[in-house]
Design a protein around this ligand. Structure first.
Ligand SMILES: CC(C)(COP(=O)(O)OP(=O)(O)OC[C@H]1O[C@@H](n2cnc3c(N)ncnc32)[C@H](O)[C@@H]1OP(=O)(O)O)[C@@H](O)C(=O)NCCC(=O)NCCS
Length: 303
């Protein structure tokens, strides 16, 4: 764990600035030897245990990450081997902070098609590896982590509706623009961001995609028991909940303890709220993510 005070000892920032601008109090940073697949492995084991199934029962593994272990093989394949879930298909999805809702939607569609019965969907990131620790405008915002869910075929509703979007014309406002050339990363290998542009777009598209998703199943924001937006920044979460007319008391907020963990933020928040008893079976939960690309999407699910 790394507190804001810890960061202030290495970067020109303060606990007060970080808390008031972002709501972040602390973040977890992976040890140098830990990779995305290691964090994913821990999250996957907990999800399997909560679902009461064995890794060998999985038909599909999808990992959302923008900080994979390797260029290839995919982190999903590395995870599959760590779990001992041989032979089931495994692949990564790269949609940055919207990665988890992308992966969940893909898994849901595979299950609906009848192709697979049990899918493991993981969001995992070690963003600390792509942060410029001399850039106070970005390095204080992110953390490392992983979260996972199991999706299973059932006659209960589960995922009620989902919508994904992307607009590559905004690629420049949030990116890690380094390129691979001759076996090396050339150019800028660190995360760069136009914070204010991202802020404005994020609030707009989260509100739009939440409404679009709810409309698909003839629901209103008032029908949502719990809103779990991507945990980027408390001000983005508050503004999104306010635009939707959803009370802060129904909005799950874990950015204070995890910071922005990109594809891991939504499943981590879901995990916290399920384990502390707020989210219960039968609750209607709206997950909404936005990230670099720009990518965004929402999944409305009955737990
Ligand atoms: C990043 C963000 C918190 C910055 O807040 P802001 O109000 O836009 O702040 P600015 O970037 O305009 O900077 C304001 C001042 O704070 C300073 N500052 C920036 N980071 C700082 C830090 N960590 N500590 C102290 N001061 C800092 C700036 O240098 C600037 O100083 P100046 O006025 O002397 O030039 C805000 O833009 C944001 O939340 N954006 C969305 C980011 C995000 O969530 N991205 C991921 C989405 S998936």
């Amino acid at each position: 764990m790394s507190s804001n005070a810890d960061l202030a000892s290495r970067v020109d920032t303060s606990d007060e600035w970080i808390r008031t601008r972002t709501g972040i109090h602390q973040r977890h940073l992976a040890d140098p030897g830990q990779m995305s697949s290691d964090l994913a492995h821990q999250a996957a084991l907990q999800a399997l245990s909560a679902a009461g199934i064995a890794a060998a029962d999985l038909d599909l593994i999808i990992v959302a990450t923008s900080t994979p272990d390797f260029i290839f093989p995919s982190t999903a394949c590395v995870l599959q081997a760590k779990l001992g879930a041989a032979r089931c298909p495994a692949f990564d999805v790269q949609a940055v902070c919207a990665g988890f809702v992308y992966a969940l939607d893909i898994a849901d569609k595979f299950i609906r098609s009848g192709a697979y019965k049990r899918a493991l969907v993981v969001g995992t990131e070690v963003f600390s590896r792509i942060l410029d620790w001399s850039d106070r405008g970005t390095c204080v915002l992110f953390g490392d982590g992983a979260g996972a869910v199991i999706l299973a075929a059932a006659d209960r509703p589960g995922v009620r509706a989902s919508v994904l979007h992307a607009d590559g014309s905004h690629a420049g406002i949030l990116s890690t623009p380094g390129q691979l050339c001759g076996g090396k990363v050339t150019g800028d290998p660190f995360l760069r961001m136009d914070g204010q542009a991202v802020f404005k777009l994020a609030v707009r598209v989260l509100d739009e995609v939440a409404r679009e998703t709810l409309a698909l199943c003839e629901m209103q924001p008032a029908d949502v028991d719990w809103l779990i937006p991507h945990q980027a920044n408390v001000r983005i979460l508050d503004a999104t909940a306010k635009k939707l007319g959803i009370s802060p008391a129904k909005t799950i907020m874990t950015v204070d303890r995890h910071a922005n963990t990109s594809a891991a933020s939504i499943p981590l928040a879901l995990d916290v709220a399920v384990r502390d008893g707020r989210i219960k079976a039968g609750d209607k939960v709206l997950l909404a993510g936005v990230g670099g690309g720009l990518t965004w999407g929402a999944v409305f699910v009955e737990i």
